[in-house]
Write a protein that binds this ligand. Structure first.
Ligand SMILES: [Zn+2]
Length: 486
């Protein structure tokens, strides 16, 4: 499984951004020169050892014209050769298929053709009409060399398209020696990237604290700087543990059917950010009103000042993204904690798309986060279960937070408490999680059982259990009496 981790730069100065753009431009021109020179048949002779071009460029000082530090143009060269190589390997596999199927050639002749495809410097000679000695191992064999050479020329020409070319100047790759990372006293992560001038690195503040390693790609989108890191991750074998269900906690990220809660104070985090956004947006609206007044009056100076200093979008969006990343990290940390601590073999969840979280969030939190949060949480749960070899089961969660997991009675959920007439007060999230877990093996309630039918089934079960008189149901407790047990 391959995964690209994106990280973002926070508030880079214009001069740093300009320098990054300049590096991108020069880096791309190296790539295009490599494509232009070695992107077709002429590159074949170097395919087995591309480094000889590098050495050549150093020796002849050819690379000087790009105005990049050596590591940069070497990296660009390596990247474009990687593209060239994979283009060739696509062509070769198509040609090989043709040879396999062809009935005009003997076994030895086919073997000779495959041999040439592998020995790319010989193949280059074939394609450019140069003569060469027949390799030793074929000396004793009866091979129609001209025929094979002609066939290879014809096939390879057929599958060779245009030389590659990089049109967009948008990104460049750097290896571990070209950057370093450090954390400052305020616990912020800084990335220092090799610049155009030796020993003067470009220092960038990152929005996430997740550290970087290996090859990373700097991606520029206008004045936005992103850092991408691709990592190959292995999915683990299915772990052998118990089944667990999770529910979105009333104030935490999740509550497990084990009773443990992960990501406490999560709702507080959401509230803080939505309150901040609300105030910010209110102010911006006020300023917009003011701006309109000045515009109507034709006060150009004042409108320009307001636009520039009070309604700038850059800082506003950067802060928003920074805070959103914190929220994301919080969610990921909580889910990781859950998986490493409980090691569930099966994870049972409700279908978040149909889940109503109205009661768990204030109006403001809902306005800013509710639709985003569900999608994100769902995606993260899918991802992390797959990564850790946890089998995921989605169940019908209708009424799972409205019936008591101990006796099946319908109760009342209020905040993080659940009130059952027999069992008085339970933790509402825990109650729901246990009910969700039970749905996995419920014989009567499947994923597609309609909401109303679920209620009928639950009531019928209750009726039957009352007949058994296993439970004596007491009713008529007042709200204040219940509160005593909180
Ligand atoms: Zn109960």
């Amino acid at each position: 499984m391959k995964k690209t981790i994106k990280n973002y730069c926070f508030n880079a100065t214009q001069s740093k951004i300009n320098e990054l753009h300049e590096i991108t431009k020069r880096y791309t021109s190296v790539k295009n020169e490599v494509f232009q020179r070695y992107g077709s048949v002429s590159g074949l002779q170097y395919l087995s050892y591309p480094r000889q071009i590098r050495d050549e460029w150093v020796k002849t000082k050819h690379a000087k014209k790009f105005g990049l530090q050596a590591r940069y143009w070497k990296q660009a060269m390596e990247e474009s050769f990687f593209t060239i190589e994979s283009n060739w390997s696509n062509r070769f596999s198509r040609v090989k298929k043709n040879i396999y199927k062809n009935k005009n050639y003997t076994k030895d002749e086919k073997y000779y053709a495959f041999y040439l495809i592998k020995a790319t410097d010989l193949l280059h000679k074939v394609l450019t009409f140069q003569s060469f000695n027949l390799p030793e191992i074929f000396k004793e064999k009866d091979i129609r060399r001209d025929k094979i050479h002609k066939y290879l020329k014809n096939r390879i020409r057929k599958y060779t398209g245009k030389k590659p070319h990089q049109y967009k100047q948008r990104s460049f790759m750097i290896d571990e020696g070209m950057y370093d990372v450090d954390i400052d006293n305020n616990n912020r992560l800084w990335l220092s990237v090799m610049g155009l001038i030796p020993r003067q690195r470009i220092r960038l503040l990152m929005t996430s604290k997740e550290s970087l390693s290996g090859n990373i790609r700097i991606v520029l989108k206008g004045n936005r700087v992103e850092v991408h890191q691709t990592t190959e991750i292995e999915t683990k074998d299915f772990i052998k543990g118990e089944a667990r269900a999770i529910d979105k906690g009333f104030s935490e990220v999740i509550t497990s059917s084990s009773g443990r809660k992960y990501g406490e104070q999560f709702n507080q985090l959401l509230k803080t950010e939505s309150d901040r956004l609300s105030v910010k947006n209110k102010n911006r609206n006020k300023i917009r009103g003011l701006l309109k007044k000045y515009e109507e009056r034709g006060d150009i100076v004042k409108t320009e000042i307001i636009k520039k200093h009070n309604l700038g979008k850059k800082k506003y969006f950067q802060q928003k993204e920074f805070n959103l990343n914190e929220i994301k990290q919080f969610i990921n940390l909580s889910l990781n904690q859950f998986i490493t601590e409980e090691k569930p073999a099966v994870l049972v969840t409700e279908d978040l798309a149909f889940t109503n979280w109205n009661k768990r969030f204030s109006k403001r939190v809902k306005r800013y986060f509710s639709s985003w949060l569900k999608g994100y949480l769902q995606e993260r749960i899918n991802y992390k279960t797959m990564l850790n070899g946890v089998q995921q089961v989605v169940v019908n969660s209708a009424y799972s937070s409205q019936v008591c997991y101990l006796c099946g009675l319908f109760g009342i959920r209020k905040g993080d408490k659940f009130y059952c007439d027999i069992h008085r007060v339970l933790n509402a999230d825990y109650n729901a999680a246990v009910n969700i877990l039970a749905r996995m093996s419920d014989p009567g309630i499947g994923v597609y059982t309609p909401y109303r039918k679920v209620k009928d089934i639950l009531q019928e079960r209750l009726r039957l259990s009352n007949q058994d008189s296993r439970y004596s149901v007491q009713t008529g407790q007042s709200e204040s009496e219940r509160a005593e047990y909180v």
